[in-house]
Design a protein around this ligand. Structure first.
Ligand code: SF4
Ligand code: FES
Length: 234
């Protein structure tokens, strides 16, 4: 089979981007990532991130035909438009480092700010949180969110669904009450849960089917109860 990949390329941060079309021959079952990596044996290679190749690390997230997807889990078949093109671009909500590589450092910074970096605490999770702990930090939920990035114009960046979800998980994992209270206070602050417009694009965008709407609703209840208690016991 033959498909043409239309790739948005950029040589470095802040530089102008350009389109490049490459024709690829592929077999049934080939993914967008395998096509990109095959062509990468050619010069000049397309810069991209990939590690696990099995939808477990989130690093290969990119826009495929305008939608954020994991390239290692996206089959080429059926993707081409009427002109035989499959369009591949870097995620648009993060600064481009080069070609398809973006800097998602802001997500890490927001997780640290919310004290919601779970790390190895995922190991041995109680069963009730195991299905919630599948986030691969790909950023697809942020790409789909109309409020993520938009609020930066006000100087108060919205933390987005992934950080809200990981905050819920941190609360569930039973960290002590003081840490939970500090986290809830931070979630009630600028750029926190009040900036969620409840559009729920994130739910459909997530490749791991994480119940983001449920996480955001639960945090909404928790922050409301926390605010009432704070008022009663002030
Ligand atoms: S919640 Fe889903 S879409 Fe968002 S970063 Fe995690 S895995 Fe990706
Ligand atoms: S390479 Fe790890 S999710 Fe695609």
């Amino acid at each position: 089979m033959k498909t043409r990949l239309r790739i948005r390329r950029q040589d470095g941060p802040g530089q102008a981007s350009r389109w490049e079309v490459r024709e690829i021959h592929h077999e049934e079952g080939h993914t967008v990532l395998s096509a990109l990596m095959e062509r990468n044996s050619e010069v000049p290679p397309v810069a991209l991130e990939a590690s696990c190749l099995e939808e477990a690390c989130g690093s290969c997230a990119m826009l495929i035909n305008g939608r954020a997807r994991l390239a290692c889990g996206t089959l080429l078949e059926g993707l081409a438009d009427k002109d035989g093109l499959v369009t591949v671009e870097p995620l648009s909500k993060f600064p481009v480092v080069r070609d398809l590589v973006v800097d998602r450092g802001r997500v890490r910074a927001d997780l640290l700010h919310m004290d919601a970096t779970l790390g190895e605490t995922r190991i041995g999770d109680p069963s009730r949180v195991q299905d919630l702990a599948a986030c691969v930090a790909c950023g697809a939920c942020l790409e789909a969110c109309p409020n993520y990035g938009a609020s930066e114009a006000r100087g108060v960046p919205f933390i987005g669904a992934v950080v809200l979800h990981e905050s819920r998980l941190a609360n569930l994992l039973g960290v002590d009450k003081v840490d939970r209270a500090v986290r809830l206070e931070a979630l009630m602050g600028n750029g926190g849960i009040a900036d969620c417009g409840n559009v729920q694009n994130c739910v459909n965008a997530c490749p791991k089917d994480i119940p983001l709407a449920e996480s955001i609703a639960e945090l909404g209840r928790d922050t409301t109860v926390h605010a009432i208690k704070r008022w009663l016991f002030r």
